[in-house]
Design a protein around this ligand. Structure first.
Ligand SMILES: *Cc1c(COP(=O)(O)O)cnc(C)c1O
Length: 488
């Protein structure tokens, strides 16, 4: 009876998962259902009585139809979002099925060991020190939190301050030197850790978004005795640019700073002989963050934290309670992670790395970068397209110009937003915009294993159609047109 219930619900899930995945090439990438419809479809009255599991799944699938963003499609280039490799997705299903609480070895033995093994592989592939401690967290946001909790411990410990015991009341302030182009998750981690947003010093960057080394040097010299965190970037979310680790890390270390690397996607350059140059010297840092759910293409809820000073990491997270059981030999994740109960999120990473192998990871990284370059090159051949930043890795910025002779920057800005909106509305591909040095631009991010040359071709055609469509051309003084569907 119980088996039959599982069978019918899981069979339905399996069938709709396969039909979703095989329909990705035909379905619009963007969501086609509006908020009100979605609320009315899902907003059912919570009934007193029960329902068969299969029926619940059936209705869920029906109710969300048209409202699942095609972010796992090969023609999704928005934000920085990867897809899911087949083995990673399958392992994720099993993770839910096994339903382990991966807090302790005694609570999920295989989960603990899978993380241990996968962490070793990750360090090897990314070129990080083998001795670094690690944590599998929800994403880069919590990875920053974990790494910087260790930084907070280590820096204050050097001042004779026990932060875990005394908190920050009366503690020496910690300065955080970061790029003005940093990802906002750094700021949030600083907030969560109680260090205070006003301790953040935003350093100027060059045209590509890299920290200017003389600015870092000056900031370090200005307060030689302040405990300091320097957070550098491996991969700017707009340009994909990398800070000059070989120069900046030794400089920061000379001044006693803790160097943390935001490598949410860019750290993966280290997996490829072709792109490894970009991360030269990055292994000299104190802590690193990267995501599995972006470029490794495992399902969401997967980031990794690595810390050289394992003692500082452990001291900042360690948890003991009388009712817990610890195996002296095994690693208990609770001692290294900010969560208590947690998903056994190591399995999908373990599976993805085994599916790809070392060469497969390198090939995935290189293919995405090549496709990114191909896409930018092809777009640049279309009329009135300006490339603001060519891919150094997988990210790029493109702008669409208003072709009228007296067009101003504001017109180009509007044109750029219009073209993005029209391509998204066509359902053929998905992009997001940004403002880069005061100008609107389309961001292009490519980190999905599925993206093929045919996807690039289709995407370029979608732009060609939009750019050739008179409805997208602004008449003098005319309001911006809203597009429902551009026929191709
Ligand atoms: C995505 C991203 C983050 C945030 O990562 P999450 O996994 O979403 O928490 C931080 N920094 C960079 C550079 C990113 O691309």
């Amino acid at each position: 009876m119980e088996d039959a219930k599982f069978h019918s619900a899981l069979a339905k899930a399996f069938e709709s998962a396969l039909s979703y995945l095989s329909g990705l090439d035909r379905a619009p990438v963007a969501v086609s259902v509006d908020l009100a419809t979605l609320r009315s479809r899902l907003g059912k009255v919570l009934e007193d009585s029960s329902r068969p599991a299969e029926e619940v799944i059936n209705e869920l699938v029906k109710d969300v139809d048209g409202s699942i963003l095609g972010s796992t499609s090969g023609r999704f280039f928005g934000w920085v979002i990867g897809g899911s490799l087949p083995s990673a997705l399958a392992a994720d299903w099993l993770t839910a099925t096994w339903d382990q609480n991966a807090a302790l070895y005694s609570c999920g033995a295989a989960a603990a060991v899978a993380e241990e093994v996968a962490a070793g592989w990750l360090k090897e592939i990314l070129g990080l020190p083998a001795r670094a401690s690690y944590a599998f967290v929800t994403g880069t946001q919590m990875s920053h939190f974990t790494c910087l909790a260790a930084a907070r411990h280590a820096l204050l410990n050097r001042c004779g301050w026990d932060v875990e015991k005394k908190g920050l009341y009366g503690a020496p302030p910690i300065r955080v030197l970061v790029s003005e182009q940093r990802h906002g998750s750094i700021d949030r981690a600083i907030r969560f850790l109680g260090l205070g947003q006003s301790q953040i010093v935003a350093l100027p960057t060059d045209a590509m978004g890299r920290i200017i080394s003389s600015a870092l040097e000056e900031a370090l010299r200005s307060e030689p005795f302040s405990p300091t965190i320097v957070a550098l970037q491996a991969g700017d979310i707009c340009t994909g640019a990398f800070d000059e680790f070989e120069k900046l890390i030794p400089l920061a270390k000379q001044h006693g700073a803790w160097v943390h690397i935001d490598g949410a996607f860019g750290l993966w350059a280290g997996a490829s002989a072709k792109y490894r140059e970009l991360v030269r010297g990055v292994n000299q840092a104190d802590s690193w963050t990267t995501d599995g759910h972006k470029w490794l293409n495992v399902p969401f809820d997967c980031g990794y934290a690595f810390v050289v000073d394992a003692v500082a990491h452990l001291e900042s997270m360690l948890h003991r309670a009388v009712y817990l059981t610890h195996d002296g030999q095994a690693r208990d994740q609770i001692d290294w992670n900010p969560e208590w109960s947690r998903r056994a999120r190591g399995f999908p990473t373990y599976a993805a790395l085994r599916e790809l192998g070392r060469h497969g990871v390198a090939e995935l990284i290189e293919r995405c970068c090549e496709h990114s370059e191909m896409l930018v090159t092809r777009l640049a051949q279309l009329p009135d397209v300006e490339v603001l930043s060519v891919p150094v890795l997988n990210q790029a910025l493109v702008r669409f110009l208003d072709s009228r002779p007296n067009a101003l920057n504001a017109d180009h800005d509007r044109r750029t937003d219009d073209v993005i909106a029209a391509v998204v509305a066509s359902g053929e591909a998905f992009f997001t915009g940004t403002t880069w040095h005061g100008r609107r631009a389309m961001r292009l991010s490519l980190c999905n294993w599925r993206t093929s040359e045919a996807d690039i071709e289709r995407t370029v055609n979608a732009f060609a159609n939009v750019l050739g469509d008179p409805r997208v051309h602004l008449a003098d003084g005319a309001p911006t047109v809203k597009y429902s569907k551009i026929d191709s």
